[in-house]
Design a protein around this ligand. Sequence first.
Ligand code: MN
Ligand code: MN
Length: 323
Amino acid sequence: MNKQSPVSQDYNQPQSGNEMPRFGGHATLFRLPIQDTAADLDVALLGIPLDGGTSNRSGARFGPRQIRSESVLVRPYSMAVGAAPFDSFQIADIGDIAINPYNLLKAVDEIEAFIDKVLACGAKPVSMGGDHTVTLPILRAVAKKYGPVAVVHIDAHSDINDTQFGEKIAHGTVFRRAIEEGLIEASKMVQIGLRATGYTADDFDWSRQQGVRVVTAEECWYKSLTPLMAEVRETIGTDIPVYLTFDIDGLDPSVAPGTGTPEPAGLSSSQALEIIRGCFGLNLVGCDLVEVSPPYDPSGNTALLAANLIFEMLCSLPGCKRR
Ligand code: MN
Ligand code: MN
């Protein structure tokens, strides 16, 4: 189905806007074919419609569906970097994880089991949230396969609370748990975009104490993040597996209003591209884009931006062909 590219006859290709109008057809991610499992894929695109871990506005459960819908406008080539992910990898949309919406802890286990299977197929998971809770079970599965990973984390929040409302598992505790569980090589983790109000003045310090590099939003204001990413690549190196997790609230609410815990004065969309493009050269083994909440995104712009950022992640995977 849809194998129409003059460049590659071997890989799944997005359905062209000249074959079926962009507003028609099946709303799969990037108009790619659907597959039930990750078998024979290099990259498995999947949704995790979970928002039971949110602390404020809900709605991220609708994220995967809306990102798929807006992704119809994403075309197969990155004009800026010349990347051609659909000529480089076999990619399909393998649908959503059937999480239990009534039991967060069960849902977390279901996500881990699902990602285990994706990884067992040899595919890289590129996931759409869902709230940020989903990243903990993904990292559990990824670390089982690869050992502790380096992490590039974009977010307004550090997500290192010990508990939220007394609970150990929530969208604001993910990286505390992941570091405690040894899933992350903390000296090779960077958090970018942290900002806004906290509960105490040292809210971001637990990360720093673990060896994580914290880059606040203020440190990013008014400048290109390309030099920062050169430093990040230098720190992480090319050997260690790297996981990229992108909380859409790292961006400014003017460009990404559709999210549950928006914070003013965040990153720009061009800085987001610089960060993701700056991951090319790292040994990326998986990525996610989380916290898109369509009920707060009446224009669809947040989901459209999210779809484009996920496309950029594909362009930054190791082995992606460039012109
Ligand atoms: Mn987060
Ligand atoms: Mn956040």
